[in-house]
Design a protein around this ligand. Structure first.
Ligand SMILES: [Zn+2]
Length: 397
């Protein structure tokens, strides 16, 4: 993990005179201490302001381990949160913070097992359009297949090589894995469906993409890591609770862990570096462990959204960035009113590229902020020279 990070455009020349003074005058200790004090990266006052807008019914709660980082700080999480490490040797993780459940939801009333079965049924029978991240009903219309059946994902390599999305079932006391696994497979399949659909509808020259799951090479089915969390500290974020129970995962830099947290009252939390570097091997999103945690109340809703945070969406430099990790480009998996300073619509779906509700399961409906498989990409498109998550090593052709 590089602590200094140029991705957000700030410059190192401020530091250069400092190093010269240290080297020439040999007064390093004093100067460095003073330098550190002057560059405290944390914005605790900003967090106080955010906490005033908490909405527990939608899972929008800033846990004590989320530390707000100033914009333009010399810190990889600048403008976002750092998920506080229990041990300074752990890799740094950044996130824009918790993602809320749909408007009108109350996830303080935890879903029962029966409700999990209900949510696995087609959205059309729910009669609801309030779930911008849910993709199933629309995908079924497009593909003519039944996306609620267990998926037959694409097989890649030996099932383990390269970058992979590892599915996880994490629980506290009651192990419901045997009951839930068929549903969890569907939810993972729905995320894959969103990628497939969006990639073949990216305009001229589009080519399909699938999620590269960690999978059984014989059946191609994604495999699950099952993790028991002996303790669950509700004052901490889902990701720190998971890391405490599965500490070794944090050193696997080629994995994005999609964690189905069997815990109530939480919606989604995804790590993201938002690095705009177009060159994949150097982009931070591809060189760090990533976590996409989805609480039980937001299963079948937030999976694709959190995964695409992991893959690097939405950068604060994208043309329709909210300034807080999302976009304001209409109905779109990554677009909603997150309170970011750039949000330009009166409601979460804005009024821009994708006004129709059918786009609610689409990635980058404007094809110019974070995902496009068009070929060639126009020279005036932001994605031509900035990170395009369609090139993520977590996705395959
Ligand atoms: Zn988000």
């Amino acid at each position: 993990m590089k602590l200094s990070n140029n991705q957000h455009g700030f410059s190192h020349h401020f530091l250069l005179p400092l190093f010269v003074i240290v080297a020439v005058a040999g007064v390093g200790t004093y100067v460095l201490q003073r330098g550190r004090a002057a560059t405290n990266p944390y914005d605790d006052a900003g967090l106080v302001e955010l906490k005033k807008k908490e909405d527990p019914k939608r899972g929008l709660v800033y846990k004590q381990d989320l530390r707000k980082v100033k914009k333009n700080a010399n810190h990889p999480c600048q403008g976002q949160f750092e998920i506080q490490r229990k041990n300074p040797k752990e890799p740094i993780l950044c996130t824009h913070g918790p993602d809320p459940a749909p408007q009108g939801a109350d996830i303080t009333k935890t879903r029962s097992e029966l409700d999990v079965e209900r949510v696995a049924k087609p959205l059309s029978k729910e009669g609801s359009v309030s779930q911008p991240f849910a993709v199933q009903a629309a995908a079924a219309t497009v593909s003519g297949t039944n996306p609620y059946a267990p998926i037959a994902p694409k097989c890649y390599g030996d099932g383990h090589d390269g970058h992979r999305v590892q599915l996880v079932y994490a629980y506290v006391s009651k192990d419901n894995f045997a009951n839930y696994q068929p549903y969890l497979r569907m939810f993972a399949g729905a995320a894959d469906m969103a990628v497939v659909y969006s990639s073949v509808h990216s305009g001229t020259g589009s080519t399909g993409r699938h999620i590269r799951f960690e999978q059984d090479p014989k059946t191609c089915q994604p495999t699950f890591l099952k993790v028991r969390m002996p303790k669950y500290d509700s004052n901490d974020s889902t990701i720190n609770n998971f890391k405490t129970a599965a500490p070794l995962t944090q050193y696997v830099t080629t994995r994005s862990y999609l964690i189905f947290m069997d815990v109530g009252g939480e919606c989604g939390l995804g790590t993201s570096f938002g690095d705009k570097n177009p060159y994949g091997p150097l982009n931070e999103s591809n060189n760090n462990v990533e976590y996409a945690a989805v609480g039980r109340d937001c299963w079948h809703y937030a999976e694709t959204h959190e995964l695409f945070h992991n893959f690097g969406a939405v950068s604060d430099w994208a043309p329709h960035t909210t300034g807080a990790g999302h976009c304001y480009d209409g109905y779109d998996i990554m677009c909603y009113d997150d309170g970011g300073h750039n949000f330009q619509g009166s409601t979460w779906y804005g009024n821009n590229s994708c006004p129709g509700v059918t786009a609610r399961w689409q990635l980058d409906c404007g094809k110019n902020d974070y995902f496009s498989t068009a070929s060639p990409i126009s020279s005036t498109n932001y994605l031509k020279n900035n990170w395009n998550t369609a090139n993520s090593p977590y996705l395959g052709l």
